[in-house]
Design a protein around this ligand. Structure first.
Ligand SMILES: Cc1cc2nc3c(=O)[nH]c(=O)nc-3n(C[C@H](O)[C@H](O)[C@H](O)COP(=O)(O)OP(=O)(O)OC[C@H]3O[C@@H](n4cnc5c(N)ncnc54)[C@H](O)[C@@H]3O)c2cc1C
Length: 522
């Protein structure tokens, strides 16, 4: 029998006797095999990629639940002993905190075993799933049942899941790529153990839970995302009908300075839904690394990679300085008309080399991009970690207007700061309707303490300088959540802490998530 020992890491403010009692109660509730306390059992919950010490995000235990009643039981025990609990669903939040707790000493509530696909409606194009359902599982279900539906998912598609990704307001690459927009109906276990359903979910016998978001009165779904007011145990969302024709394409642009014109070219097409999906504008190093290029193939010099080498890589790998990926969806007639509009606009722009599926064949990175845009899971994007090696990664994700001058300014700013710290700009813009998720992978060698320190300083400077320029990130890794919460101002924080006091007075649900922590009152 595994025992919590004298060496057990205790949660903040919990003494050993109380923690042992909590562990004993978890075991009685969940069974011995679902309560993990030994160091070797906890390794998967402490594999962080952030530039801080693992110890800062070490869990005190991990528990797995399989039913809503068990989740309610966990919450009850946590309240009794004031044990903080950090919930994960599939736990693949790589580069944002992985499966580790936001603060040292929290108990992980791992919901991967709650993995039932509860409902898929091929006519209304909706789904209702439990937290542990992976995108691969849903994809297989859709294939097995031959359903005319298309998924949208984050790049770690096969192993990640819709519920966790949407709770962190992640993005995908189809026309349904803004995942929280497509969410419809949540079931949430509150800190007091109540089971609350959003939207139409509270009405007995109602069957509109997955088709009408708003219900009646305040609409609270958003309040539970990127937050610590509840544990989501079911989520509904909309699926895209599979179009008869899918036409992916790439446009390569040769110069880094082309970014402003690219954005001006894309924006009207995107807002008018001529191009309906989350277009990606990927920089050269993103492209090179996802098809397995290593920095060491080109240079052994420390520091940032020179522009001359970037040009060389571009030439060797036949890449653009910027590479636009988009797709058209619909009937043949619709696609033909929209293709004419896109190619006409490109002709007017007078630059950019267009590549179609027929021309690209099975080559990477076109292949995995086309898969992401058509809902076929793959793991090709993990190639990013080849570039520098050493497993360090933190996403810096400022939001920008979809305006050429803004995107140009942001990429130049980010490159300057990264290069100053001896790191590379490995970035892409993901085009929302009117916004850009500017996503930069701050890649560094985590096996080098010196480089890790530099990456930490670089990330802090990125946040500082971008804030001075009026830009903020939409999501951040758990090491920097408090810092980012500050940039959104005191009124928002005060309100969030007021809600926390009302809903979770014992501060047991994920304290620290998005900077909300009653022990660090605002
Ligand atoms: C190479 C690479 C590419 C990536 N590309 C993308 C991308 O395209 N788009 C994107 O969005 N991300 C991307 N990511 C980041 C991340 O891996 C994905 O967002 C992934 O989907 C998140 O992990 P998950 O789905 O397992 O969610 P989880 O890790 O299960 O959950 C994420 C967070 O949501 C909260 N949460 C989870 N479940 C619950 C619950 N039941 N109740 C309350 N709160 C909960 C927790 O705070 C948790 O930490 C990428 C990462 C890598 C390494």
């Amino acid at each position: 029998m595994s025992q919590a020992t004298a060496n057990t890491l205790l949660p903040r403010g919990v003494n050993d006797a109380n923690f042992q009692q909590a562990i004993a109660q978890f075991r009685a509730l969940l069974g011995e095999e679902n309560v993990l306390v030994k160091d070797e059992q906890l390794i998967p919950y402490n594999k962080i990629m952030m530039a801080v010490d693992n110890a800062e995000h070490a869990p005190s235990a991990a528990v797995t639940a399989t039913t809503v009643e068990q989740v309610q039981g966990v919450v009850k025990i946590c309240n009794q002993f004031k044990v903080p609990v950090w919930t994960i669903s599939t736990g693949r939040n790589f580069g944002y905190g992985s499966a580790a707790p936001g603060q040292r000493g929290q108990v992980i509530l791992d919901l991967k075993k709650m993995n039932k696909i509860l409902h898929v409606d091929p006519e209304l194009c909706t789904a209702l799933v439990e937290p542990g359902v992976t995108y691969q599982q849903l994809y297989d279900y859709i294939q097995e049942h031959n359903l005319p539906l298309m998924l949208s998912f984050s790049a770690p598609s096969a192993i990640a899941g819709p519920l966790g990704n949407t709770m962190d307001r992640g993005v995908g690459y189809t026309p349904y790529g803004e995942h929280f927009l497509m969410q419809c109906g949540m079931e949430v276990v509150l800190a007091n153990g109540d089971v609350y359903r959003t939207g139409m979910g509270g009405v007995k016998g109602d069957n509109a839970w997955q088709v009408f978001k708003w219900g009646y009165g305040p609409t609270l779904d958003g309040m539970f995302t990127q937050a610590n007011y509840g544990i989501c145990t079911k989520m509904g969302f909309w699926l895209m009908p599979k179009p008869p024709v899918f036409k992916p394409f790439e446009i390569k642009f040769d110069n880094q300075s082309d970014i402003a014109e690219i954005v001006e070219f894309i924006r009207p097409l995107r807002i008018a839904q001529i191009i309906p999906n989350s277009v990606v504008i990927a920089g050269v190093l993103w492209e090179a690394s996802t098809c397995n290029t290593r920095r060491s193939d080109y240079t052994s010099e420390p520091g940032a990679t020179s522009d001359a080498i970037l040009k060389q890589i571009q030439k060797d790998k036949n890449l653009g300085a910027w590479n636009v990926y988009a797709a058209l969806y619909g009937t043949q007639e619709q696609v033909d008309v929209n293709w004419k509009i896109v190619t006409g606009a490109l002709k007017q722009l007078g630059k950019g080399r267009i590549v179609t599926q027929e021309q690209a064949g099975d080559t990477q990175p076109f292949k995995y991009r086309a898969q992401l845009m058509s809902g076929v899971p793959n793991l090709q994007e993990f190639g990013l970690y080849n570039w520098r090696g050493g497993g360090g990664s933190m996403w810096f994700a400022p939001v920008s207007q979809a305006r050429g001058s803004e995107c140009d300014k942001q990429q130049a700013l980010a490159k300057r700061i990264l290069n100053k710290h001896g790191l590379d700009y490995v970035g892409e813009f993901i085009v929302g309707w009117r916004d850009m998720h500017h996503v930069i992978d701050v890649l560094y060698d985590r096996s080098s303490p010196e480089e890790t320190k530099r990456a930490n300083a670089c990330f802090a400077e990125l946040l500082d300088v971008f804030e001075q320029e009026g830009y903020a990130v939409y999501r951040v890794n758990t090491a920097f959540q408090e810092r980012v919460a500050q940039s959104y101002g005191p009124v928002k924080r005060k309100l969030e802490h007021t809600l926390k006091r009302a809903l979770d007075p014992n501060n047991i649900l994920a304290p620290g998530k998005s900077g909300i922590d009653l022990a660090n009152p605002f």
